[in-house]
Design a protein around this ligand. Structure first.
Ligand code: DWN
Length: 414
């Protein structure tokens, strides 16, 4: 379904700047019995909105296909994400003086990775997530979960049911929402007067400046800046009041603090002023496509050279971003023999499109490759620390972006 108008402001002034071809859905891992079947591919192309600066996909895939039919992403497979989320919850409990009469709602609550911290503290929490496997896991962790996509209609039902939220958390979901206006209107409806909304999302600046093109996949309809968020929420009587930055999360993440009255910190003005001179202009994106092509070319050269030398290469992280990378670069089992992943729901399946088999992490020691390509490069430190034995035995890691590089780690991180 091609998009001709901006998803946020409705302007027709969309300017394409990168196409990654037609690719399979990044999280649509392939089972053994489905290997022979044709996989649906969709155009992967992004554009800049001249009117509100939002970077966005030019084609839509039905959300049902993306997040309900066998969605395999579980947030709790990263210790770093769990620690980051716990710190956020404890900070909110203290700053917002939350207690037994409060209500915290998380949209896209996944497996309860974050809300479990509020439940443990005796603070009423409600998750919203349509993915059945994740909702089952959340409820097993004591997190009640509404199994629906969020929007204004659901928000109105919750409020009619007496459930106004003192805090609404929406991490790594806004980018996944085709109907931005309906979603943000829902935030406004659900928020109790004087309440706080915190929204986390990878920062489009890091995507461009660290060439994180592999974070472009069909689940991610939009790629946000503070400018785009500010303009989006203002249309719904909400205001961007603070910004936090986390360089070590998903390749660079912003946490936006949003409220029902304007009270911006200096940090907000600093971001908006800086963006006005940089990423709020189309020129900022014009070199990106050639950068991406260079990364593809250098990575293929490196992998082909290692194969020519008789070296074995595997990969770590059957990540959605990994799917974009291997499909855009045409990296198959001839160059990368297998991918390992801790997520048991992914093991035994194959990467979409290129059909690289996914094996348990233990394969790195049982069937050791000479090199491991970090498809989940955003967890480099966590993974390298975890794989110190593989390193000790002489194994080596390759990071694909911002430029392909063999990590010199002997003793460095372990
Ligand atoms: O927006 C999204 C981002 C935040 O996360 C989601 N729509 C989808 C997902 O994207 P992704 O799949 O690229 O995310 P990750 O979290 O970078 O994927 C990491 C993969 O690596 C997961 O399959 C889990 C796995 N993993 C592992 O095997 N061992 C992760 C860690 C930290 C590990 O130690």
């Amino acid at each position: 379904m091609p998009i001709t108008r901006c998803r946020a402001c409705g302007s027709p002034g969309l300017r394409p700047f990168l196409s990654l071809g037609e690719t399979p859905l990044a999280d649509a891992l392939v089972t053994g019995e489905a290997l022979g079947r044709e996989e649906r591919r969709y155009p992967l192309e992004v554009a800049f909105c001249e009117s509100c600066t939002l970077v966005q996909q030019l084609h839509d895939v039905p959300p049902q296909e993306l997040f309900v039919d066998n969605y395999l992403y579980f947030s709790s497979f990263s210790n770093h994400v769990l620690a980051h989320s716990r710190a956020h919850a404890l900070d909110l409990i203290e700053r917002r003086r939350l207690g037994p009469r409060s209500l915290v709602v998380e949209i896209a609550s996944n497996d309860g990775y974050l809300l479990r911290n509020f439940v443990e503290a005796g603070i009423p929490a409600l998750g919203i997530d349509p993915a059945p496997g994740q909702a089952d896991a959340a409820e097993a962790a004591g997190v009640p979960t509404v199994r629906e996509f969020f929007g204004d209609e659901l928000a109105r039902r919750l409020v009619a049911d007496g459930r106004c939220a003192n805090v609404i958390i929406a991490n790594n979901v806004l980018a996944h929402v085709p109907d931005l206006d309906g979603f943000v209107a829902g935030l406004r409806t659900l928020l109790a007067p004087g309440g706080l909304i915190t929204v986390e999302n990878p920062y489009v600046r890091d995507l461009v400046e660290h060439c994180e093109f592999d974070t472009i996949y069909h689940e991610h309809h939009c790629y946000f800046s503070c400018t785009a968020i500010d303009r989006l929420v203002r249309r719904h009587g909400l205001f961007l009041n603070d910004v936090e930055y986390f360089s070590d999360l998903h390749g660079g993440t912003l946490r936006w603090h949003i409220g029902d009255r304007p009270d911006p910190t200096d940090t907000v003005w600093r971001y908006l002023d800086d963006e006005a001179r940089t990423l709020a202009n189309f020129a900022y994106y014009q070199e990106f496509a050639s950068e991406v092509e260079t990364v593809r070319s250098e990575l293929l050269t490196l992998l082909r050279q290692l194969r020519a030398e008789g070296r074995r290469v595997a990969a770590y992280g059957a990540a959605a971003k990994g799917s974009t990378l291997v499909n855009y670069a045409g990296i198959g089992p001839d160059l990368v023999e297998y991918v390992v992943d801790r997520n048991v729901h992914k093991v035994g399946k194959y990467m979409p499109g290129v059909h690289i088999p996914i094996r348990p992490v233990e394969a790195l020691l049982e069937d050791p490759p000479d090199y491991v390509l970090l498809l989940a490069w955003n967890f480099k430190d966590e993974i390298v620390r975890q794989q110190d034995e593989y390193l000790r035995r002489g194994g080596r890691f390759i990071v694909p972006i911002p430029r392909p590089q063999v990590l010199e780690l002997a003793g460095a991180l372990v």
